[in-house]
Ligand binder design. Structure first.
Ligand SMILES: Cc1ncc(C[n+]2csc(CCOP(=O)(O)OP(=O)(O)O)c2C)c(N)n1
Ligand SMILES: [Mg+2]
Length: 666
């Protein structure tokens, strides 16, 4: 048996042992993809064996995240993990969690497991490579992005949207491998699918190569062909067999998500000419064989480091490189500011932010899911031009009506590093992007969502387009900053906060309708928004009676309510635009805002559920004003009136409530 076949057998035995030892995990798929993964990592993938973070490494995404045992085995061959890690597969605190987690395991580029999104991530990485190469030249940025996917990934529509974009953009250095093993959890793929995926990929402008996925020389030829095709992304569709190589269970879909029975493992090891009594066996001859290209890799890295040192002598290059690598915002941005007295829709501010930012931030990218005029990204698009197959230096993405692919792609851009990225749509369609929001929050990727049309003030488009539960649904995602500024100057601050993040993703919620620009001579600076909640207008006397917490368009409404009730009550108005930032403030700051004996009222044009966190839920001492049903189709003002979101209606609600409260207390 040649050393390569022996190495493959040893790798497959490691996978079987790893899953068996954990008594949990996936075996069948890793065995069907192993031939490809082995060839890719041993002979094609460019990486620095001594530095997982080398910037010009080829990227590899395991979209089929349940095949984690496959990836961990390969990472053990490389030396980034060891046998002890494989022995603690799926255990608490290990570097080998159930599904690959970026940031936890060296060599894992993307957290995967929710099928389909990894393909979008890879598309984002390939876009990044292309744009960064335009900026920094081929000596510095020149790598491939590989993605391994299965039947489940390609059935998820998010992948199909990302594939369409990749083909449209002509991402020639993106190479996918489809492990087509005709098995998924519930049986044969034909139970649920009769799509011709070769034709599908072709129609999406991909270069398609079909091979026997267990023929390693065919895999090598296909990878070379894929690398040579530079005008289109390539997919290698490998026809494979589930649990390939197993003694008795080859082809059995039940091997998908389970350890193999010990007898089957023993029989398979025997078939592989390995000792069935030996577990976690990884001999030196196999390791040395796998690592025979490492010396060459180290030379390649040294040459690259030399090129970078030379390039950094040029101050223009250095400046751009520093901005790209820092992930921050340059100092010299000409941020807009707005005068009191005007009515300005906060979405209008977005254009005023990203356009001057684009002037001084060469690696700022982003776009809208076909709502360019509404999201006010058209000026940006005109200024930086569309990225497409004929214009790799374009920095605007015309995503089309593809919110979820947009989200997954933007996550990939952030995973790659080097670009600052935003994606825009209507707030109501954040639902369509939500699974990507969750994955970016989980991975701490500082991607920005600009969500406009943030409430029922959308108006005539009606309940389908009016966000109701969305703001709370976003707040429910850990790590996600949900920023709802109250006027144009706060919208500038909220956007700055979003662009400054190095770890936290954000959703910037902006209005369709005009809002009064607050007079900052009367009120504290808009920079106070950074605290998440701040006192906009305090009690006028020592006896606190009512405090009102409001966000976004309801902030100026709260000020109107205060004005209407000022003769009867002593009222504090708190601008409560970002819960997450507020929760990060020191305790005494938070206590000052929340913990007094005032009657607490929240006002927000969305569901009230959740505000009790700050107002308390005492019937006697709190009131949550909002909308707990779906919206209505009518002009925004009329809808607001219908839901009682006017100063008159709120004043009445408060008076009625306080009247009842005083009756209870009697
Ligand atoms: C979005 C999503 N839905 C469902 C699952 C649960 N799940 C994990 S693997 C799998 C089947 C995948 O089949 P395939 O990609 O062919 O993997 P193979 O059985 O070949 O390993 C499913 C439904 C998931 N991980 N992600
Ligand atoms: Mg499958």
């Amino acid at each position: 048996m040649d050393l390569e076949q022996r190495s493959i057998n040893v790798g497959k035995a490691l996978i079987m042992d790893t899953v068996r030892n954990a008594n949990s995990g996936h075996t069948g798929g890793p065995l069907s993809s192993f031939d490809f993964a082995y060839v890719l990592f041993k002979d094609f993938l460019k990486f620095d064996p001594e530095n997982t973070d080398w910037f010009d490494r080829d990227r590899f995404v395991l979209s089929i995240g349940h095949e984690s045992a496959l990836l961990y085995t390969i990472l053990t061959f490389i030396g980034w993990l060891d046998i002890e890690d494989l022995k603690s597969f799926r255990q608490f605190g290990s570097k080998t969690p159930g599904h690959p987690e970026r940031g936890l395991t060296p060599g894992v580029e993307a957290t995967t497991g929710p099928l389909g999104q990894g393909i979008g991530n890879a598309v984002g990485m390939a876009i990044s490579e292309s744009i960064l190469q335009e900026n920094f030249g081929k000596d510095i940025i020149n790598h491939y992005t590989y993605v391994l996917h299965g039947d489940g990934d390609i059935q998820e529509p998010v992948s199909q949207g990302a594939i369409a974009i990749a083909g449209h953009y002509g991402l020639g250095k993106l190479i996918a491998y489809y492990d087509s093993n005709d098995a998924q959890i519930s049986g044969k793929v034909s139970r649920s699918d009769s799509t011709d995926y070769a034709a599908f990929y072709k129609s999406n402008n991909w270069h398609v190569i079909e091979i026997d996925g267990h023929d390693r020389s065919a895999i090598r030829d296909a990878l070379r062909l894929a690398q040579m095709e530079i005008s289109k992304p390539s997919v290698i569709i490998g026809t494979t067999t589930m649990a390939h190589g197993c003694a008795n269970m080859e082809g059995n879909h039940e091997t998908h998500g389970a350890p193999l029975p010990p007898e089957e493992i023993a029989a398979t090891k025997q078939k592989f000419r390995l000792d069935p009594e030996q577990f976690f066996y990884l001999p030196a001859d196999v390791l040395n064989h796998f690592r025979e290209g490492f010396d060459f890799a180290k030379q390649e890295v040294a040459a690259w480091e030399n090129s970078l040192r030379n390039a950094l002598n040029d101050s223009n290059f250095r400046q751009k490189w520093d901005i790209a690598m820092s992930g921050g915002v340059p100092q010299d941005v000409n941020w807009p500011s707005y005068e009191p007295g005007e009515m300005i829709a906060t979405r209008k501010v977005w254009g005023g932010i990203i356009e001057p930012l684009a002037d001084v931030h060469p690696t700022l990218v982003g776009g809208s899911a076909d709502l360019e005029p509404s999201n006010v990204t058209a000026g940006f698009a005109k200024k930086v031009e569309d990225f497409n197959k004929n214009n790799k230096s374009g920095r605007n993405f015309a995503y089309g009506v593809r919110e979820f692919p947009m989200g997954a792609i933007n996550n990939g851009i952030a995973q790659h590093g080097g670009l600052k990225v935003f994606g825009a749509t209507f707030f109501v369609f954040s639902d369509y992007e939500r699974p990507a929001l969750r994955m970016r929050a989980l991975q701490k990727l500082p991607v920005i969502s600009e969500y406009t049309h943030d409430s029922i003030y959308v108006g005539e488009d009606g309940p389908t387009h009016q966000p109701i539960e969305h703001i709370m649904a976003c707040r429910a995602i850990p790590n996600l900053l949900v920023l709802r500024p109250g006027d144009a100057n706060e919208a500038v601050v909220a956007s700055k906060i979003a662009f400054e993040q190095s770890e936290l993703p954000s959703a910037v919620l902006l209005t369709r309708q005009g809002l009064p620009v607050l007079d900052r001579n009367t009120y504290p600076s808009a920079e106070e928004f950074r605290k998440g909640a701040y006192i906009l207008s305090d009690y006028d006397t020592e006896s606190p009676e009512i405090s009102i917490f409001a966000s976004g368009s309801e902030v100026s409404l709260a000020l109107d309510v205060k004005a209407a009730l000022k003769d009867q009550f002593n009222i504090r108005v708190v601008n409560f635009g970002c819960w997450e930032l507020f929760d990060m403030q020191p305790e005494d700051y938070r206590a000052n805002i929340i913990h007094d004996s005032s009657f607490k009222i929240s006002i927000e044009a969305g569901i009230t559920q959740g505000w009790e966190k700050y107002t308390g839920n005492s019937i006697l001492n709190s009131l949550n004003i909002g909308i707990n049903t779906f919206g209505e189709s009518a002009p925004g003002k009329d809808v607001a009136e219908y839901f009682g979101l006017t100063s008159e209606a709120i004043t009445k609600t408060i008076l009625t409530k306080l009247d009842k409260v005083s009756n209870y207390s009697k």
